[in-house]
Write a protein that binds this ligand. Sequence first.
Ligand code: ACM
Length: 689
Amino acid sequence: MKIRNLLILIMVAFSNNVFAQNNINLMPFPQNVTKNEGQLMVSGNWNMYYKGEYSPMIQEAMGRFVTRFKNASSKKLQIIDKAENIKIQINKITINDLGIDNKEGYKLNIDSIIIINAATDEGILYALESLNQLLSVYKEGVGFPKVSIQDYPTYAWRGMMVDVARHFIPMDMMKRNVDAMAAVKLNTLHIHISDDEGFRIESKKYPQLHLKGSNGEFYTQAEIIDFIKYCKLRGIEVYAEFDLPGHSQSWFAGYPELAAEKKSYTPGPRFKIDGDKPVNLMSLVQMINTTPTPSLDVSAEATYIFLDNLTKEMKPLFSKAYMHMGLDENNGVSWMRNPKIVSFMQSKGMKTHQDLQNYFAEKFSNIIEKNGLKPIAWEEAFHKGLNKNILVQVWKPGFMGPTISIDTISVNGNSSIISRGFYLDVFMPAYYHYLNPDFIKEKSDNKLLGGEAAIWTELVDESNFESRVWPRASVIAERFWSSNKLQDIENMYERLNVVSHKFAWDGLQHITRVENHIDQFTNTQINNEGKKLLSLITPVKGYKKIMGLMTKPEAIRPPSLNELSDIIPIDAMGKWAFRKQVRLYLQNPTEENRLAVQQTLESWKQLSAGISKSGCLLNIQQHADNVSSISIQLLTYLNAKDDIMKSNIMKQISAARTPVNETELAILDEFEAILTGKLKDLDMSLSIF
Ligand code: ACM
């Protein structure tokens, strides 16, 4: 076994000791699972046998499992061609025999041997991913808990949208992302491949799209073809979004004749704030509504010839039979400033820019359908006359106005998917996504196919892409796959912590990249106090950071995503164990429960001194001082409860809520609960400023 693997194994074993031994650490959690007594230990080399016809996906999934098994156990798993002396048997059998009315389902039984039954390649793939997650470290060695699982997804469309336009995400990173997607049984990748900032795929038909519409960062067609193959072997189908008619500045760098406003263009953000002072929210909203943002000239027939040719060229490159047209956030101002477009609208009896947008949706969706694909659009496209074949992707959060209901879309005859509440870039912890109201209510009999997690990359680049997406995307995957009855946040975080380390073990760089980035700011390696403190800090929540950025002119923006709030994860994993301790203590203030809280507070007393010694250049001293000082006072308070002291500590907690460089402490509600005796509910609001 490689030393690195050994270290991670030890880390997994000890950091999650109690949980690893007592729970079924699967994410997404299975629909039906029975835990039996004991474990099946890996005590020597094993044999695995597959009964069924081999396909490339089965071969790949088995091969991947063999490697992971060896990395984890340092034992060999041999694939053999007869059912003799085997420890793992995989059977491909018909759905009728399986008793699960679902093509992606599987049964997995771990007793004296492991038996997997599934009707499809996908079912077998998912069974092996579950088996890999179950591979655990026990005191006695490596093994599997004895379980009996019958599993299948709640929703068929389990996706992730990745914006590669705002910041380009290189292929090796996209592939690691796909490995992790398969591990949590996601099956759809939506690549947001063009936006104002970049056109990120090679076009042979219209080469100025990628040559002038990107900064040289785009995927060649050969790379895309290789990538789609890679995804297919992992059960993931891929489709592209060409976001039109707005969000299209990059197209016009090479083809300005396509634009509603004829001038020269370079790829870049739609809005530019002049001067060197941030603007306020009112001015920002006004700018969003009134600025003539780059838009396609949708009145010109030549535009549709271009789109038809491009659709023909792009169709064979992707695997899912869909194309996304975008249709979001187009204010129509540049249309209204073009007399030719205005007279076109008059000739067709169109009154508003929305009428013209509807016209475009109809024409572009017909092109997509004529080319054998199905159209998708963001929710702004929705209206009663919308082509019934357009799949509607819901995204707008409540603060942007009345939210659209899935039933309304269904009644109109359109299917839908939901990304509302699943934006990974808005700096909300995993629980926020997990408790998404659209998914924890009873599943309706409407045309909701599922959903997509979404990662927009205005504040994400290759330095933090993996840590912005993972491990939080796993809980969204659980919402798509598992029962809506699963709503226990503590249990979710405990499982999330285990699978997150498992992903690191299997090659995802979401933990190591954060650590390496932080080490850069200490010139050597961050010390233990630094690590401890960073597990208690998050970037400011909600839209605060992105709004802060949007209201700043370029002159005063940070030059790169290199601040503490860009580096640290969105979830402060150190919070959750403490929150559980505080909850148990408040519910049942026994000596044992009090001691657990005290021990944690004790362990934070030295954070302030430790950080000041470490030479860490990240701006975290203020947070460290607050945690240490409040911990010391709470320890005194727990021994002799005193009202004056309580009021002083409350004041200090309140002061500690002020963000430092767009970061905040994640344990202040728990501190406060020790004083008030009541733990506040988790905050589900999306702050804007
Ligand atoms: C979107 O977030 N503009 C779809």
